[in-house]
Design a protein around this ligand. Sequence first.
Ligand SMILES: Cc1cc2nc3c(=O)[nH]c(=O)nc-3n(C[C@H](O)[C@H](O)[C@H](O)COP(=O)(O)O)c2cc1C
Length: 363
Amino acid sequence: MAKIDIEKILDHARWAPSGDNTQCWRFEIVNDSHFAVHGFDTRKTCVYDYQGRASLIALGALLENIIIAATEQSLAAIVHYREDSKPERPLFDVHLSHAAVQPSSLLPFIRSRSVQRRPYSTENLTIDQIRILTTSLGDTHTLLWFDGLFNRIRMAGMLSAAGKLRLTIPEAYEVHRQVIAWNARFSIDKVPDQAIGLDRISLKLMRHVLASWKRVEFFNTYLAGTLIPRIQLDIIPALRCAGHFMISAHSRPVSVTDYIAAGRAVQRFWLTATQLGLQLQPEMSPLIFSSYASEGMQISSKASAQKQADNILQTMRRLIANDSNFDRIVFMGRVGKADPAVARSTRRPLAQLTTVDKFDTPL
Ligand SMILES: Cc1cc2nc3c(=O)[nH]c(=O)nc-3n(C[C@H](O)[C@H](O)[C@H](O)COP(=O)(O)O)c2cc1C
């Protein structure tokens, strides 16, 4: 039997997507066929990581990558969640064993999958493409698909409202200030400014404004400061794509393992889109803000934010109508044909992710 190469598996797996490229995982190699994934979430510092759900979805994507990457060595990866780990520090054991499995057809796309935040072609997806994407979700999740000009306009309206909320609350400002790498095409642990989707001049202005919350408030109050970013980051991309999707769980997700299953389905969907030559951008802010509203949680110290979130929730409910319950939706975004992004987040080297006793995010 060939020796198992765990590092090779982890080297693929670390390319999983995570909110703002947080890479909310560290690895501990226990022996030749067993390693542990130490997860963490950012709920205390990141308004977008509502109850740690975004981090769990990212961890699910990572675990799916592990399972796919293991097939390259004809290995089955069995994942076990340690029920006694803290929800904000979930711990998973992965055991590898030789099995009669063929390398997954999704393996070549683990590395090339990336967010494209620029506009796409509006050419419709074919029925076949939609069927293949739906099938990729397996039997735990279903696809809600919104195409055609009317639906894209409705989505643009909702994303613009979420954009306004995002750009006017201090909690989101703190996140944006910390996660953007300026003057960068690549970043190993942040989002490079050139991957955000703004033109050069707007980027310069944004950098100037984000230097202090006072500047943000001044621009928002007197200079319609949210207008240009909303047009470039929310409205145009929402109109310029083949369509928007939502991924809905068959039953309401509540536990860590439910959100992990969601992340696994999301990753299969995203890798399949890449395999089909399509680009994808998650559009999570309407879903996150709606979740705060739906569960009666305070979103911001700013009083007007709650009403805005309530309105976004109403729009969400109208959009999904009878197709799903709002509380089953786990992910949303847009897809379409476009060139791959030329600027992207890269990843921390494996050596940084395996030094368990030297985490810069203490576990
Ligand atoms: C749970 C989750 C939520 C995300 N939400 C958004 C989003 O709302 N908008 C966006 O542009 N990207 C979003 N992303 C994409 C991440 O920013 C991206 O995966 C990360 O920066 C790494 O970049 P890459 O996917 O190009 O490798 C999300 C990713 C995950 C896993």
